[in-house]
Ligand binder design. Structure first.
Ligand code: C2E
Ligand code: MG
Ligand code: MG
Ligand code: MG
Length: 282
């Protein structure tokens, strides 16, 4: 089954490279490419500015629309793509598609001029120097302001080889993109290194958020992570907000941003577009 999935993934990605080329061609000629559907659609989950309750941006989350199996979630195919190296073209696709989409929203929807996009990078992508070229080329192609792009790397990836990671993060920073540490608290972090990372954001893993209402000691952990981030001049995104109680709690802890099913699930692009038009306030 695994071998089959691997073969399918390779085939789907090859098809996707053709689609990508087609989009480039149409875009170059100024023609409409919106009817072209990828087998790897990017979904968008809102990230809410907690003080104002407005959408600040989105996180891009990829899906695989398998011709036979239907929708496959990243937990199932990202690890496989990492092992086979296919994460490189897949990651480049997500980056490009998400940047193109956000640029379009910025241009077409009033009030969305500063919309941001968070994009996940896997360890394999992060450890390739080519990544810098890919980012630069994509920003050039999509004309998106680099300040609106936030690249998320998980805690375990940056902690794997700290010195090399710091060097890479600094090179990325030189492209003017924003950087975030994802799933903070689930891995093993050496606190003595944390201040050396040129990162702008820390994302508190949703396991901490969901345990918050269980007691004062659980809340103390979230408060401590938020305070730590603030002391290091980083902003905080809380993942996995599902209830109004969690939202209120995080607001009282001065957490800057929130993300979770309470606001919205990851949405296909037309639903995200509709949500932006409705200009919600939480
Ligand atoms: P992540 O970056 O930590 O993304 C957040 C995950 O939590 C998403 O799962 C999202 O749907 C889910 N989530 C958000 N809010 C809630 C909530 O309130 N409750 C619960 N129970 N879950 C919530 P998803 O989309 O299945 O993605 C899983 C992981 O796969 C991501 O975790 C990320 O590490 C990876 N991933 C997704 N897209 C990409 C991609 O394009 N490239 C790479 N390298 N990894 C990706
Ligand atoms: Mg993420
Ligand atoms: Mg996360
Ligand atoms: Mg997570």
């Amino acid at each position: 089954a695994r071998l089959e999935l691997e073969t399918d993934l390779r085939r789907s990605l090859r098809d996707n490279e053709h689609l990508r080329q087609k989009i480039h061609d149409l875009q170059l000629r100024g023609e409409d490419y919106s009817a072209l559907n990828s087998q790897f659609p990017v979904y968008y989950q809102p990230i809410v500015d907690l003080p104002s309750g407005r959408i600040a941006g989105f996180e891009a989350l990829v899906r695989w629309e398998h011709p036979q199996r239907g929708r496959v979630f990243p937990g199932e195919f990202i690890p496989l793509a990492e092992e086979t190296g296919e994460i490189i073209p897949l990651g480049a696709w997500v980056l490009e598609e998400a940047c193109r989409q956000v640029r379009q929203w910025q241009q077409q929807i009033p009030g969305c001029e500063h919309l941001t996009i968070a994009i996940n990078l896997s360890g394999k992508q992060f450890n390739q120097l080519d990544l810098l070229d890919t980012i630069a080329t994509t920003l050039e192609l999509t004309q998106l302001d680099p300040h609106c792009v936030k690249l998320e790397i998980t805690e375990s990836v940056v902690m794997d080889e700290v010195e090399a990671a710091i060097a890479m993060l600094n090179k990325m920073k030189a492209l003017n993109v924003k950087l975030g540490i994802d799933d903070f608290g689930t891995g093993y972090s050496s606190l003595s290194y944390l201040h050396q990372f040129p990162t702008d954001t820390l994302k508190v893993d949703r396991s901490f958020v969901s345990r918050m209402e269980q007691g004062e000691d659980k809340r103390a952990i979230v408060k401590t992570i938020i305070d730590l981030a603030h002391n290091l001049n980083m902003e905080v995104v809380a993942e996995g907000i599902e209830t109004p109680e969690e939202l209120a709690r995080l607001r009282s802890l001065a957490c800057e941003y929130g993300q979770g099913y309470f606001f919205a699930k990851p949405l296909p692009k037309h639903e995200a577009t509709a949500l932006l038009h409705s200009n919600p306030r939480w």
